[in-house]
Structures are given as structure tokens and as C-alpha cells.
Design a protein around this ligand. Structure first.
Ligand SMILES: [Zn+2]
Length: 108
């Protein structure tokens, strides 16, 4: 699912947007784990079915719970990047990292 370079409605340049793996992260953390654990555990505890029931019932529910929120979540991430005016980090040319203390150097 690739983001278009320009919005077709308003012409906004989407070059600022970089949701990267944020969408998959949120789906994994909230949707997949919750739905997979809750649905599968409930089916197993309540009915103790055979494995094919999990394949026919749990698997499609988990897949839908993971695929359906991808687009709205990506839209939310891009929106928040636009709202907070996030940009890629840049290190200014000529920047010198501060010297760091070497552990134990003061004891020599
Ligand atoms: Zn637009």
C-alpha cells in the first residue's frame, strides 16, 4: 500500500509523509495480539473445538482484524505527521559530535 505523491483532491505534496512500519506496528500491538488472543482463546475455552474450526473461524477473523485497519491507521499516521509538521531529521554539515568520556579514564 503505497502513498500517492500528491493528493488528488487538494494537490498536497505527500513527500513529508513517512509512516514506515508504524502502521504494521500498531496493527501488531493492538489489533493482532488482542484479537488473536481473545478470539482464539475464547473459542478454545468455550467450545474446545478441533483444529479445523480454528482454521475456518479464528484465522479469517484475525486476518480481517489485521488487514482492515491498515488503511485508516496509515491515514491517521500521515495526518498526524502533517498536523505536527514532522520532517526527516537532518544533521547539519560541520557538526562535530561532543567528546564522550571514556569510562575509567579519570583513574589513570
Ligand atoms: Zn488533499
Amino acid at each position: 500500500m503505497k502513498l500517492k505523491l500528491k493528493c488528488e483532491a487538494c494537490g498536497l505534496d505527500n513527500g513529508f509523509a513517512d509512516p514506515a512500519t508504524g502502521t504494521a506496528f500498531f496493527v501488531n500491538c493492538f489489533t493482532f495480539i488482542l484479537v488473536a488472543v481473545v478470539v482464539s482463546a475464547w473459542i478454545e475455552i468455550a467450545m474446545s473445538p478441533s483444529l479445523w474450526v480454528h482454521i475456518l473461524v479464528s484465522l479469517p477473523i484475525v486476518l480481517m482484524a489485521c488487514v482492515l485497519p491498515l488503511r485508516p491507521l496509515k491515514g491517521w499516521l500521515v495526518n498526524s505527521q502533517f498536523f505536527y509538521k514532522t520532517r526527516r531529521g537532518k544533521i547539519p554539515s560541520g557538526y562535530a559530535a561532543p567528546e564522550t568520556a571514556t569510562p575509567g579514564a579519570d583513574k589513570v
